[in-house]
Write a protein that binds this ligand. Structure first.
Ligand SMILES: [Mg+2]
Length: 250
């Protein structure tokens, strides 16, 4: 029973595709964009959406490193998407496509089912933190839009820290702000490399949020949660992992 387990010093959540449903919001927004842009229908929605996520991952580090603005990264993403579909678009058209996508994306935003209830359940019992790679304004807006800001004690964003997950500095910053020790803290997130391995490397417990039932990329014994629909069970997994004996990997 979770009640019998000690409450962690802090519980950290990833934001995108853990609290905020980026994957389905993005897929639906791309679907709407394809209906308006014939060029983008030369590829299937699945291919188009896969390439979009690949570009997002590939271009994001240059934003974190301050080499590109978020807008420039968006335009580049749409120029490369056009190329992927066998077309060519200039800067102005890329900016227009990016604005169209963005408008759909904003109107379709939604939380991961059960995430809000999970945060509300933990709030006031432990320090609830969000550790995320993105821009501060964007992530704050998501918290407000999803109605979860009141349940979150701290928001640690790569933009303000200057490095993103899995860099140890962002986790150390979160621990310091939470006033918690790594060995009494747990992190849950969907990215194996950023959330699971990133947390474990600094001695924080890790739970993999494996919503789509993927195979673990490495044979490590990491507890996993596939949804927040069973909050009591999820809490038990988080609390147990927060106190499980472990050593930092580095
Ligand atoms: Mg994520």
């Amino acid at each position: 029973m979770a009640g019998a387990l000690p409450v962690p010093g802090a519980v950290f959540f990833d934001m995108d595709d853990t609290i905020f449903d980026h994957a389905l919001t993005s897929r639906d927004a791309l679907g709407r964009l394809r209906k308006e842009v014939p060029l983008f229908r030369r590829r299937s929605l699945a291919e188009f959406a896969r390439e979009y996520s690949r570009l997002l991952e590939a271009i994001h580090p240059s934003v974190v490193a301050g080499l590109k603005s978020a807008d420039e990264a968006r335009w580049q993403r749409f120029q490369e998407l056009a190329r992927f579909c066998g077309g060519e678009v200039g800067d102005a058209e890329a900016a227009r496509l990016s604005r169209m996508y963005r408008a759909h994306y904003l109107s379709l935003r939604r939380p991961v089912p059960g995430a809000r209830e999970m945060l509300a359940r933990l709030h006031g019992r432990t320090v609830v933190g969000i550790v995320t790679n993105n821009e501060v304004a964007e992530q704050r807006a998501k918290l407000a839009y999803l109605g979860v800001a009141a349940f979150v004690d701290l928001l640690v964003v790569s933009e303000e820290v200057g490095v993103g997950k899995p860099d140890p500095l962002i986790f150390e910053t979160a621990l310091e702000r939470a006033g918690a020790r790594a060995e009494e803290t747990v992190m849950i997130g969907d990215s194996w490399a950023n959330d699971v391995i990133g947390a474990r490397n600094v001695g924080i417990g890790a739970v993999w949020f494996n919503r789509f039932g993927a195979d673990p990329p490495e044979p490590l014994r990491i507890p996993e949660v596939r949804s927040f629909r069973a909050p009591r069970r999820t809490e038990e997994i988080l609390f147990r992992e927060a106190r499980r004996a472990r050593k930092p990997r580095r």
